[in-house]
Design a protein around this ligand. Structure first.
Ligand SMILES: Nc1nc2c(ncn2[C@@H]2O[C@H](COP(=O)(O)OP(=O)(O)O)[C@@H](O)[C@H]2O)c(=O)[nH]1
Ligand SMILES: [Mg+2]
Length: 380
């Protein structure tokens, strides 16, 4: 089996060499060799040099290029990694992020082996600290599970295994790569497309995910906009695939799920609250038009108390999706203050919980989203 590992990067000189090394070891150990390819966004910190000078086992080739697609972003890098894999006639393309500190050679096996067994898409399944992955936990996971009915816990984990048949489909529609899919919308695009186009999907148990953490209020606004905008766009495209789904199906897990407490990720709750209020004032008018009256009243209260329950939160996202479809919202960005407020609520509620205990609340959230699906269907 020809396996290629693709690594998108942008200024990751400090961490990428470790990732290249682990990937190369994995290729050698489990597949007798292969290729590690880096697609870089024009880093100025020596990322590509770090890639190219990493010592790897014999039988593993290392490449690095700067992608040419004109939109700067992670998705553009991944697009060109797929094109590279297609040219080299790879059977499997494994994507891994360049800021991973917990990747081991086994990860490559776990992403590639299910494809050899007939799967097309392997999503990661890892333990993340309760405050890492707030866009995953608040949006991508409950929306994917309740809309498309697949219990994929990490739909936007960043690391994936993809079959040749599937990357052909991803590359099929060039126009989609002119949207937020070229940026951080790429992960939700990969996962949703795999499910909605009927490919065989599974999850690989990988242990912990440790990477460069981000403080939500300081740096996740643009990512929220890109991920949620893409999710809304795909809801329109695939409405026939999610409307009739009424239950959440388990998705097979390759390997044993691990338990443990990952190293803490810091969230500045005060900043979340301040930014939520500030941004809400700026977006109040458009939110009033985009949300139902009941939802709008609900969020006004939630912005005072920072008590933001899952039913209200599902209505925010469902109203948002409808407003996007009806062109009242051109982007998901006006919803950012509500994401900040919801995150502040989650931090408060889980302050004294372990990551495993907090996990239970997130699983419950997906069920609430499913129960509230009629609310969406009535308005869609
Ligand atoms: N080429 C390229 N890669 C990017 C860009 N932004 C992020 N990446 C890569 O995408 C991966 C995930 O990015 P990261 O910032 O860690 O996102 P997060 O882990 O999802 O919060 C990393 O390997 C980044 O280097 C970009 O603009 N261009
Ligand atoms: Mg990261």
């Amino acid at each position: 089996m020809r396996v290629i590992v693709g690594i998108p990067s942008y200024n990751n000189a400090e961490t990428i060499s470790f990732v290249v090394k682990q990937a190369a070891e994995g290729l050698k150990r489990y597949f007798g060799g292969g290729m590690v390819v880096n697609a870089d966004g024009g880093s100025r910190d020596g990322t590509r040099e770090a890639v190219l000078k990493t010592r790897v086992p014999e039988g593993v080739e290392v490449h690095s290029f700067v992608y040419r697609w004109p939109i700067p972003g992670k998705g553009s890098a991944m697009k060109e990694l797929m094109e590279f894999a297609r040219e080299r006639e790879a059977d499997v393309l494994v994507f891994v992020d360049s800021d991973l500190r917990s990747i081991t050679p086994e990860w490559i096996y776990k992403f590639a082996r299910p494809i050899e067994e007939g799967y097309d898409f392997v999503a990661p399944y890892y333990i993340r600290h309760k405050y890492d992955g707030t866009i995953t936990n608040n949006i991508a996971y409950p929306m994917t599970a309740s809309l498309y009915g697949k219990n994929i816990r990490q739909p936007i984990g960043g690391d994936f295994g993809v079959s040749a048949g599937l990357f052909e489909v991803y590359l099929g529609d060039e126009d989609v790569w002119k949207t937020n899919v070229a940026r951080f919308g790429v992960d939700i695009f990969l996962t949703t497309t795999a499910i909605a186009e009927g490919f065989k999907v599974t999850q690989a148990a990988l242990g912990m995910k440790i990477h460069d953490p981000k403080d939500p209020a300081a740096s996740l606004g643009p990512m929220f906009n890109q991920v949620v905008g893409t999710l809304f766009m795909l809801m329109e495209k695939y409405e026939d695939r999610w409307k009739d789904v009424r239950k959440i199906e388990e998705v097979p897990l390759w390997g044993e799920a691990m338990k443990g407490e990952p190293e803490p990720v810091k969230v500045t709750v005060e900043l979340l609250k301040i930014r939520a209020k500030e941004l809400f004032m700026q977006k109040e008018q458009v939110l009033k038009r985009a949300l139902s009256e009941e939802t709008f009243e609900g969020i006004k209260k939630a912005l005072k108390t920072f008590d933001f329950d899952d039913i209200l939160w599902s209505h925010v996202l469902y109203d948002g999706a409808v407003a996007y479809k009806n062109r009242i919202l051109g982007e998901a960005e006006p919803l950012v203050p509500l994401y900040f407020a919801k995150t502040a609520d989650f931090v408060r509620k889980t302050m004294d919980m372990s990551t495993l205990e907090a996990e239970k609340l997130i699983e419950e959230r997906a069920k609430v989203f499913l129960e509230e699906k009629d609310y969406l269907l009535e308005r869609w």
